[in-house]
Design a protein around this ligand. Structure first.
Ligand code: ADP
Ligand code: MG
Length: 323
């Protein structure tokens, strides 16, 4: 059963920028789902809408947005605060630089627990902080360190410990490795996968780097210009045998060198995503697509099943057409 269930979610910012446009997404209990796409395609906006943290001026609408049976569209006040930490927690993009510089790491994790589980006694708090730090691979003695005493990778680990403080069922991590070097990235990804497996956590991992998600996730969804253009089991979308079905996913995959495939140069996709205040009528990727057909400029493709994969879908007119 779905833990998080989203149907037809749209988010519009002031000025008519529709950053998320009619998205469906499911995360099942214990499942690790990756959300990929170039910068500006609406990934963070989706995370903020789900956690109800959109800035003032942004409006959202959905046919369904539910977490463990609770309607996220109408939840408010104390219920929302309780839900956010204890069941569903979000690690913001760039959050590792958001630690309070004048408080120790241990105190900040303790504060988070105390705020949401008042009445936890001092000894239990100390033990819980030590346990959390150990879980994320930080020696418990470093609870007394200040943020500036930790490396980038350690800060990101501490941020993950913070997200786990109240034992949530789902953690949404927005670009958890973006600011880190390649070695540290790999270590953090390994940690995330291990935590998901050991704690039975569900995770939604957001990254502009599809290769990062390939090795980590059970399911992958690819976003382009506010829409999901391809979704399915990671091994099906990313295995070298069955290349991705959507031309955008293929280009995205070619953008970054695979950690296991020696050196390849990092290249961008030529052109840029459309203006989300005035999206084109046909396929939103048509302008930049090397495989486009005449109808792509006028006819907006819906998600459709990719032959050979029961749950693999892609929004491209070429899907199912013999080469
Ligand atoms: P991503 O996380 O995929 O990089 P975002 O969700 O941050 O994408 O942004 C999606 C689109 O929404 C972009 O065009 C961005 O400029 C716009 N946007 C993001 N935040 C705001 C905001 N607070 N006000 C107006 N537009 C915004
Ligand atoms: Mg973002």
């Amino acid at each position: 059963m779905s833990l998080l269930s989203i149907r037809n979610l749209s988010v519009t910012y002031g000025g008519g920028v529709r950053a998320v446009d009619g998205i469906d997404l499911d995360v099942s209990a214990g499942e690790v789902v990756g959300l990929a796409g170039e910068s500006g395609c609406g990934k963070s906006t989706l995370a903020l809408a789900v956690t109800r943290l959109l800035p003032p001026g942004a409006t959202s609408a959905a046919d369904e947005m539910a977490f463990a049976g609770q309607d996220l569209r109408s939840i408010g006040g104390a219920d929302l605060r309780a839900l956010r930490w204890r069941r569903l927690s979000l690690v913001f993009q760039g959050a590792m630089n958001g630690f309070n510089p004048v408080m120790t790491i241990g105190d900040q994790i303790r504060e988070a627990i105390r705020a949401h589980e008042p009445g936890t006694d001092r000894k239990a708090l100390r033990l819980r902080v030590a346990e959390l730090l150990t879980q994320v691979g930080i020696a418990s003695g470093r609870a007394d360190d200040y943020p500036h005493q930790l490396s980038g990778g350690m800060k990101q680990r501490a941020m993950i410990a913070m997200a786990l403080a109240c034992r949530p069922d789902l953690v949404i991590a927005d670009e958890p490795t973006t600011a880190l070097d390649v070695m540290t990235q790999a270590q953090i990804l390994e940690l995330i996968r291990r935590l998901a497996d050991e704690l039975g956590l569900a995770m939604l991992i957001i990254s502009h780097d599809l290769t990062v998600l390939a090795e980590l996730c059970d399911q992958v969804a690819v976003m382009y210009a506010g829409r999901i253009v391809e979704r399915g089991p990671a091994e099906q979308i990313l295995s070298s045998a069955s290349r991705p079905a959507h031309p955008y996913t293929r280009r995205l995959l070619d953008c970054y060198p695979r950690l296991d495939a020696g050196q390849r140069s990092i290249s961008g996709i030529p052109g840029s995503p459309p203006d989300l205040a005035h999206p084109p009528t046909g396929c939103r990727f048509a302008d930049r697509c090397v495989d486009k057909l005449a109808r792509c400029a006028t006819d907006d493709p819906a998600l459709r099943p990719v032959p050979g994969g029961a749950t693999h879908v892609a929004a491209c007119h070429l899907v199912g057409v013999p080469a």
